[in-house]
Design a binder for this molecule. Structure first.
Ligand code: PAD
Ligand code: ZN
Length: 382
């Protein structure tokens, strides 16, 4: 199979390269040769350098987060711009970029609001898997292949809208910054931005995977004095403690609900709780684990399609706050470059969340590591 090269010779031409295709759910991804069209107006074609495997990719594979298939998954990438379409002004060929699932168009109601970050050009809540003009840039074996969230990083080359492409520092280390496209930023920002964890506070983190680990780092950076980590996989506890968790709990070791255990441990409940798993039961448990009067609960996990969660509204009447957030409430194109700089200045420890690195073609092994709970974050290198 011919390896595509990054050079001006490819500008304006179709690039043939390797990609991992999800033909159906509940099946391994298939490494195939794909054709990647040149970028149209407002689009950017990118050579992918690294990509994390996120819990949300796994939800797509197991069908709890349905997207149109066949598709190229992956939404946590870093790469280099190969070519740009007409009118693109914020990146140029050769620029190092982060490939994020949440655009920042800087024109919509959310983008123009000081706090909103859920750009209305997103394709995550009812995904269509196509570019904004309703077509796709990927073809495999004569069939059109969808993108995922306008990102698609499990491919050697991808095409994205300029509004989802984040230019970063020329010296950024490209192997690790990919997780600033989603997992790290999501967890860290949930603590420092969305919850605004306060010094001396008690925090509870439900789920100690890639996202939950970044929540822990955010709580610690904000000065939390006690961080309770909750996971059914005790294999996660050693790493969690190294990151800053002070107490680890496995709900399966208790007969009573875990929120009751947290109440007993903290007296009146935690100041801040975070759900980084994606089940409605753990969302209710997180809400009920925070202080009835001033506790703040932040939902991060992606729940299965069409699920609903119910709780006694009196839980809020007493003063609790229930929030959710996407990618740590950061406006992606404005804020991710600053996080990359913080990482390069060693102010945030992105590396500690990455436990495994694999060549891209071993992507299914990466998913096995995630599904078996043996990794925190696995990064694929292209
Ligand atoms: P992960 O699989 O690395 O971590 C999930 C963790 O939860 C694992 O350690 C599991 O053992 C643990 N777990 C599973 N079930 C339970 C349970 N019942 N009780 C306690 N622990 C449990 O995934 P991740 O960290 O990449 O992602 C976590 C969630 O965050 C997932 O739902 C993903 O879709 C979501 C997410 N949200 C955003 C956002 O912007 N809101 C971004 C990225 C990921
Ligand atoms: Zn917008």
């Amino acid at each position: 199979m011919k390896q595509a090269k990054f050079c001006v010779e490819t500008t304006g031409k179709v690039i043939t390269c390797r990609a991992a295709i999800a033909w159906t759910s509940n099946a391994p991804l298939s490494i195939e040769e794909v054709e990647v069209d040149p970028p149209k107006a407002g689009e950017v074609r990118i050579k992918v350098i690294s990509s994390g495997i996120c819990g949300s990719d796994n939800h797509i594979i197991n069908g709890t987060y349905p997207v149109p298939l066949p598709a190229i998954l992956g939404h946590e990438g870093a790469g280099v711009v190969e070519s740009i379409g007409e009118g693109v002004s914020t990146v140029k060929p050769g620029d190092k970029v982060i490939l994020t699932f949440l655009p920042q168009c800087r024109e919509c109601d959310s983008c123009l609001h000081a706090k909103g970050n859920c750009c209305l050009k997103e394709d995550i809540f009812s995904p269509v898997g196509l570019m904004l003009d309703g077509t796709t840039r990927f073809t495999c074996r004569g069939r059109k292949v969808h993108n995922v969230f306008g990102t698609s990083t499990f491919t050697e080359y991808t095409v994205m809208h300029e509004i989802s492409v984040v230019k970063i520092d020329d010296d950024a280390p490209m192997e690790n910054v990919c997780i600033l496209a989603c997992g790290f930023t999501t967890g860290y920002g949930a603590a420092v931005n969305r919850a605004q964890v306060t010094p001396g506070s008690t925090c509870v983190v439900f789920g100690l995977g890639g996202v939950g680990s970044a929540v822990v780092l955010g709580c610690k950076a904000a000065g939390a004095s006690r961080i309770i980590g909750i996971d059914i996989n005790e294999g996660k506890f050693e790493k969690a403690k190294a990151l800053g968790v002070t107490d680890c709990l496995n709900p399966r070791n208790f007969k009573k609900p875990i929120q009751q255990v947290v109440m007993e441990m903290t007296g009146l409940g935690a100041d801040f709780t975070f759900e980084a798993i994606g089940t409605t039961d753990t969302m209710v448990a997180a809400l009920e684990s925070c202080n009835m009067s001033y506790g703040v609960c932040v939902i991060i996990g992606v729940s299965p399609a069409k699920s609903q969660f119910s709780f006694d509204p009196m839980k809020l009447l007493s003063g609790r706050t229930l929030k959710g957030c996407l990618i740590g409430e950061y406006k992606t194109r404005d804020c991710i470059p600053l996080l990359v700089c913080d990482y390069m200045k060693k102010k945030i420890d992105v590396d500690s969340v990455i436990t495994h690195k694999l060549p891209f073609i071993k992507i299914n092994q990466g998913f096995e590591l995630l599904q078996s709970g043996k990794c925190i974050r696995c990064v694929l290198l292209f």
